[in-house]
Design a protein around this ligand. Structure first.
Ligand code: 5AD
Ligand code: SF4
Length: 458
């Protein structure tokens, strides 16, 4: 018998990183077992849940704005319930207790999703605001395997890539970062458990898995390390490509790089977050490496894994960063020639060490000017890197849908993660196609399939 409470409709909106996307998949899996239904039209929902992100700028304001916007759109008398999940939960709980006029019904932190059915019941049956923001040292949701349906993102329904969290939390305490406070301590899932999830994904037709963790390469379960895990995952039949995100530069042992070099399923792509190129700033950030050590690591990774594609994250305008110190960051960018750089302006986060120790003293205009210079330099580098692929043959994994602007074009990714646009042909999302690269723009490559175009299935 379906009880009326548990057949309610939920609209779930996800902000932030891939880990949050995966967490939303867990949430769908947990609540669907309780008979809740997920809908894509927020106006049809009895419950709207926002899975929030706290990592950068204005997260607070954005969530309040969105809650206000939902209440306004649905009408002040609407019984729609609003729940806040994810990294903003900890901060919001305080506001919720202090400000009863905030119209949020329940809050669940990243380790409390199994309690969601109960929190929703408390909020709806008893009309009380309910919350659980406890951070766990053990919760890895290892017994929940989101199905293909739980993984459905309304805009892409083809089964090509799936995310899998293999570890959660972070023990690094980079001084700018809120993650250790919002997501708690590091903990890993057992290799058997991860492999089981990957097997299920392969059986459902997925071709690529992306292993996720706030600090994914510090994965450890008993004596098993990240290299062991990647090797085990790569043995799963049907999975053609494995990626991982996001690693820390401190955990790249040769054992892992050697495996990466020889294992054809492990994509030759490494995201190496630099954050800053100046040693004083790196020390203030608690990044545990110097500029010289970072550059040496890049050389080492390239020597071990030829043709590896490198990307990075950079923060500009960390407290007290001088013009000369910023130039050290530009210097690293010019030397390394990453394929992609993700730039962020430093933003103070509540509770972090930097917020307590260092006033946010770099004016917004200076941060903007620095980020623009960085973008300009990297744009040239990306373009040149892309041009260097012209004439080469790449194996491209096709994405689920034709390019949304141009239906004649099929998008896909190289092993290194670069976007390639192909003309339409007798292939579909999920196929691996051998392609000759014919042209390059600053944002993508263009290619023509070779006559014997598919190495595996088309
Ligand atoms: N301000 C700006 N950028 C930040 N990041 C993390 N915390 C902050 C912050 N307080 C960036 C880092 C990290 C990426 C995920 O977000 O570059 O690698
Ligand atoms: Fe944040 Fe540093 Fe941990 Fe990454 S490694 S999640 S930047 S504390």
């Amino acid at each position: 018998m379906i009880n009326t409470l548990t057949s309610k409709k939920i609209f779930l909106e996800t902000y932030g990183c891939q880990m949050n996307e995966y967490d939303s998949e867990l949430v769908r899996s947990i609540l669907k077992k309780e008979n809740y239904e997920f809908v894509t039209d927020e106006f049809k929902a009895d419950i709207v849940m926002l899975n929030t992100c706290a990592i950068r700028e204005h997260a607070h304001r954005k969530v309040y704005g969105r809650v206000h916007n939902i209440r306004h759109a649905r009408g002040e008398d609407s019984p729609v319930m609003i729940g806040i999940l994810g990294c903003m939960a900890t901060n919001l709980r305080q506001d919720l207790l202090e400000d009863r006029s905030l119209k949020i019904d329940f809050i669940a932190g990243p380790d409390s999703y199994k309690r969601l059915p109960q929190l929703i019941r408390e909020a709806s049956d008893e009309g009380q605001k309910s919350y659980d923001i406890t951070l766990s040292e053990f919760e890895t949701y290892s017994d929940i395997y989101p199905s293909a349906e739980d993984r459905v993102n309304p805009s892409t329904s083809s089964r090509v890539n799936a995310w899998i969290a293999v570890m959660r939390g972070c023990n690094n305490f980079c001084t700018f970062c809120v993650v250790p406070y919002t997501r708690g301590r590091e903990r890993s899932r057992s290799p058997e458990n991860v492999v089981e999830e990957v097997r299920r994904l392969a059986a459902e037709g997925y071709k690529q898995v992306t292993l996720l963790g706030q600090n994914v390469n510090s994965y450890r379960y008993d004596d098993y390390d990240f290299a062991y895990l990647m090797d085990e995952v790569s043995k799963v039949e049907g999975i053609e490509r494995i990626r991982f995100s996001s690693p820390h530069p401190k955990d790249f042992p040769d054992r892992f790089l050697d495996l990466m070099a020889v294992n054809p399923k492990i994509c030759k792509q490494v995201h190496l977050p630099l954050q800053a190129g100046n040693n004083r700033i790196l020390d203030m950030m608690n990044r545990t490496y110097t500029k010289e050590e970072f550059l040496a690591l890049v050389d080492h990774v390239r020597a071990k894994v030829p043709n590896v594609s490198l990307s990075t994250d950079i923060i500009v305008g960390f407290p007290t960063e001088t013009e000369d110190e910023f130039k050290d960051t530009l210097d690293v960018v010019s030397k390394v020639k990453f394929d992609a750089v993700f730039n962020f302006k430093y933003s103070e986060r509540q509770g972090t060490i930097a917020t307590k120790k260092y006033p946010d003293d770099i004016p917004e205009a200076v941060k903007t000017e620095r980020i623009m210079r960085l973008i300009e330099i990297q744009k040239e580098i990306t373009y040149k890197n892309n041009q260097a692929h012209i004439g080469k043959v790449e194996t491209v994994l096709l994405e689920p849908y034709p390019d949304s602007k141009n239906k004649e074009i099929m998008p896909g990714r190289t092993d290194g993660g670069l976007l390639v646009l192909l003309p339409q042909g007798p292939y579909k999302g999920g196929d691996l196609v051998n392609v000759r690269i014919t042209a390059a723009t600053p944002h993508a490559l263009k290619g023509q399939p070779l006559p014997n175009m598919s190495p595996s299935f088309a």
